[in-house]
Design a binder for this molecule. Structure first.
Ligand SMILES: C[S@@+](CC[C@H](N)C(=O)[O-])C[C@H]1O[C@@H](n2cnc3c(N)ncnc32)[C@H](O)[C@@H]1O
Length: 227
């Protein structure tokens, strides 16, 4: 299982330190002239500021009922409306093409196989308006970081252990208590190959949310593509 429902109970705390991506996705959303979709919306951490900043129709897809319940509560508290749908990003279908589809916080890495990602990219391409954008971020696998944290218990942001299954291209984040979130990493060429097979065009690739160059230690790939 790539996303354990029990992980949802700690997600608010787990994601509290991740704020750098919000202005990036909000800026893209401001440039969108139609519906906006977040794949794997989680608790609405990014979608709520996006909806607040744009006033546009924001649709959020997620497989987890527990995460969708948190998104519903958080949107209500913020006084905004999100269209929340329980579903798998691999089966994305929309009643109206989107002008922006985005997927923050490495959530595409929850898809175990290249075929799962190909299917998702093809569904994204089919769901975008002409020249509509698809944006996502994912870490570049860094063997030095992996070696330094593999199997080491960490207390922050919530007590957990990270384990690397190198032969499987997989990182398991295991919270104390056992809730697990698994991520299957991908190389830059795999991401570019996915764009190619889906008929999408790369607009920009940075190594961080502020346009940092790709390649430094701890690189976070930040992709923007167009249909
Ligand atoms: C790391 S959270 C990201 C949540 C949110 N996008 C954010 O940036 O905070 C990952 C989310 O991916 C969802 N998820 C995992 N696999 C999925 C799939 N195949 N389709 C849709 N959602 C999925 C999980 O339920 C979880 O809410």
């Amino acid at each position: 299982m790539s996303w354990d429902e029990a992980f949802a109970h700690s997600y608010e705390e787990w994601s509290a330190g991740m704020t750098a991506d919000v202005p990036f996705y909000v800026a893209l959303a401001r440039e969108a002239d139609g519906p906006i979709v977040e794949l794997a919306i989680g608790n609405g951490r990014v979608a709520i500021p996006v909806a607040q900043a744009t006033g546009r129709r924001v649709i959020g897809i997620d497989t987890s009922p527990a995460m969708l319940a948190q998104a519903r509560d958080n949107a209500e508290k913020a006084g905004i409306e999100l269209e929340l749908r329980e579903g798998d990003m691999r089966d994305l279908t929309l009643d109206e093409p989107a002008s922006l589809i985005y997927c923050p916080f490495r959530a595409l890495l929850h898809l175990p196989t290249w075929a799962d990602r190909r299917r998702t990219f093809e569904r994204v391409a089919a769901s975008l308006r002409p020249r509509g954008r698809f944006a996502w971020n994912a870490f570049a696998f860094d063997p030095q970081i992996a070696a330094s944290i593999d199997g080491r218990h960490q207390d922050e942001p919530v007590p957990h252990m990270v384990r690397f299954a190198v032969g499987e291209d997989r990182t398991d984040i295991v919270l104390d208590g056992g809730a697990t979130s698994s991520l299957w990493w991908a190389t830059k060429n795999e991401w570019l190959g996915l764009l190619d097979v889906a008929g999408l065009e790369l607009e920009s690739l940075a190594g961080g949310f502020k346009g940092e160059p790709v390649g430094g230690p701890g690189t976070e790939y930040v992709f923007v593509a167009r249909r």
